[in-house]
Write a protein of this length. Structure first.
Lengths: 110, 115
């Protein structure tokens, strides 16, 4: 089963509000990737984090990888309607095993 | 580049029927994956392949078979479809399974309904 807990499962915000989703693993991850899936669409790669404590930014999106490499977060500043979708993390345990978060579905009130 | 393509996009089966889903990628990727996505369950790995001629079981392999006869194609078969296999199926590929090159590129999905 899934070994990465992702919270919250759902999040509804007003346009302009911030949004954060969190992934927590019971074991150390080699890397973690974040994907976005628009409603009715397919997952699209956003970013990969590899180093302990790593922080990466993509415009209004900020991604963090915890110091222990067991947790990660995605923060969106000032959400826009184009941010609607499901965001999920994928962690790599060891050399081969991939573990998926269940995803956070973001809806936005314009 | 077409990226990852899946055939068909939609399919309705009756219980007990068989079918094959085709995934094709033109990026010369070594790794290919089949997932199913159900509401509230996220993505679950069915089978995967680390190269031509090799396949391995994922998290939920029962009721499915796969083949990777050509590097660019990964087939998912349902020998006797069951209503529990109603789902959206995604294929994905990655250059390799190594840390820096394991970004997955997903196909558009196949929506399968089993009556």
């Amino acid at each position: 089963g899934q070994q990465v807990m992702q919270i919250p499962q759902y999040q509804h915000v007003q346009e302009g509000e911030d949004f954060t989703t969190y992934c927590n693993s019971s074991t150390t991850l080699s890397n973690i990737q974040w994907y976005k899936q628009r409603p009715g669409g397919h997952p699209v790669f956003l970013i990969q984090l590899v180093k302990s404590g790593e922080v990466k930014k993509q415009k209004r999106l900020t991604f963090q990888f915890g110091e222990a490499k067991k947790n990660s977060s995605l923060h969106i500043t000032a959400t826009q309607t184009t941010d609607v979708g499901t965001y999920f993390c994928v962690g790599r345990q060891g050399a081969q095993k991939l573990v998926f978060g269940q995803g956070t579905r973001l809806t936005i009130n314009p | 580049n077409a990226g990852v393509t899946q055939t068909p996009k939609f399919r309705v089966l009756k219980t007990g029927q068989s079918m094959t889903l085709l995934c094709a990628q033109d990026m010369n990727h070594e790794y290919m994956y089949w997932y199913r996505q159900d509401p509230g369950m996220g993505l679950r790995l069915i089978h995967y392949s680390v190269g031509e001629g090799t396949t391995a079981k994922g998290e939920v392999p029962d009721g499915y078979n796969v083949s990777r006869l050509k590097k660019q194609n990964f087939l998912l078969g349902l020998e006797s479809a069951a209503p529990s296999q109603t789902s959206v199926y995604f294929c994905a590929s990655s250059y390799s399974g190594q840390l820096s090159t394991d970004t997955q590129y997903f196909g558009p999905g196949t929506r399968l309904t089993v009556l």
